[in-house]
Design a protein around this ligand. Structure first.
Ligand SMILES: Nc1ncnc2c1ncn2[C@@H]1O[C@H](COP(=O)(O)OP(=O)(O)OP(=O)(O)O)[C@@H](O)[C@H]1O
Length: 321
């Protein structure tokens, strides 16, 4: 059984389906050693022996393709190069050598508030950010109310964003990004900035994108969540790609456990969760029936086909969705 029971199988891989191509990407950063005045003086006296700065490779010859409909996690320990890779894909950073090409409409949530102007209101920033992400003014006009509703920013939408908390930034940024209807969605760990209810809402939204066959590249340390959302896992170590395979096998590698055990536990977790959700639905339907009411469940991408959203008798769109 797949770790993602709701995901339609069968991603086709050919030259035509390449959504992202990362080829031999290398990125170096310069690390400056800041020294005290005394240390700098000794360094001068000793004839400038030793380096005041060193370069190191944050990414070292990284190559992979992501195809349409794939759900890929970039995994690895702190500093292994995951976020740098994601920044290359989103275009906020460029490789020193090698190349990164994206073919589809890409929207990302890489850094909280990136692309937001502090002196502008939330409203103005929705228009600014929407435009940066490729939406026309008419598209933003049409989706504006939905964007604000999803973000739950409410009356703060006309406040300058420099007065927002980091969670409020995240809410608005995520909401704009998700409403650009991207074909490829990039998400960095920053979801952790939001509070739990908002995180859950975002994860549900991401699962909905997966269910609709969108392409996803995620960076996260939440390995259980990764196995829930992603079929493929790329493990990075000191800037190099050291594993590329199923997300379960990647997590098994990181946890130093047999993949069969990790898969079994994951299946059990998913089955438990789905059984709980189905039981809850049954109970709500029975309670409604006892009151003589008809009850329509709220859309859940893990249980329902997105096509059912067009049929009001099947599932109900949740508020602000
Ligand atoms: N702008 C920068 N200048 C200098 N060094 C940088 C810069 N951005 C990243 N690095 C360094 O590059 C390495 C890889 O960073 P990166 O953020 O990609 O790691 P990561 O795998 O996402 O880590 P984490 O899990 O901690 O988020 C780290 O050692 C980091 O300090």
């Amino acid at each position: 059984m797949s770790a993602i029971p709701f995901k339609k199988p069968g991603v086709v891989r050919s030259e035509d389906t390449v959504a992202i191509r990362v080829e031999h990407v290398t990125k170096e950063f310069v690390l400056r050693h800041t020294r005290s005045m005394k240390e700098a003086f000794v360094w001068l006296l000793k004839g400038r022996k030793g380096e005041l700065s060193v370069t190191f490779k944050a990414l070292d010859d990284v190559t992979f393709d992501v195809h349409d409909g794939e759900t890929v996690a970039l995994l690895g320990f702190n500093g292994s190069g995951k976020s740098t890779t994601l920044k290359m894909i989103s275009g906020v950073m460029h490789p020193d050598s090698g190349s990164v090409a994206t073919r589809r409409r890409v929207a990302g949530l890489i850094e909280v508030g990136a692309g937001f102007h502090p002196d502008l209101t939330g409203r103005d920033n929705v228009y600014l950010n929407g435009a940066i992400l490729g939406m026309t003014r008419a598209e933003i006009d049409e989706k504006f109310d939905e964007i604000v509703a999803f973000s739950e920013i409410g009356e703060f939408i006309d406040t300058e964003v420099k007065f927002y908390s980091s969670g409020m930034y995240l809410r608005l940024a995520f909401s704009v990004a998700i409403h650009t209807d991207p074909e490829v969605f990039l998400v960095d760990e920053i979801l952790s900035v939001g509070d739990e209810p908002f995180q859950k809402k975002c994860i549900r939204r991401i699962k909905d994108l997966v269910r609709r066959g969108k392409t996803l590249v995620v960076v996260s340390h939440d390995l259980d969540l990764i196995m829930d959302i992603c079929e493929r896992g790329i493990v990075m170590d000191h800037g190099s790609k050291v594993f590329d395979g199923s997300s379960v096998a990647a997590v098994a590698m990181l946890r130093n456990r047999p993949p069969e055990d990790v898969q079994r536990e994951q299946n059990e977790r998913v089955e438990r969760r789905l059984a709980d959700k189905r039981r809850e639905r049954r109970e709500q339907a029975e309670a409604a029936a006892a009151r003589g009411e008809t009850w329509v469940p709220e859309y859940d991408p893990e249980l329902d086909d997105p096509a059912e959203l067009d049929d009001p008798t099947k599932v109900r769109r949740s508020l602000g969705n």
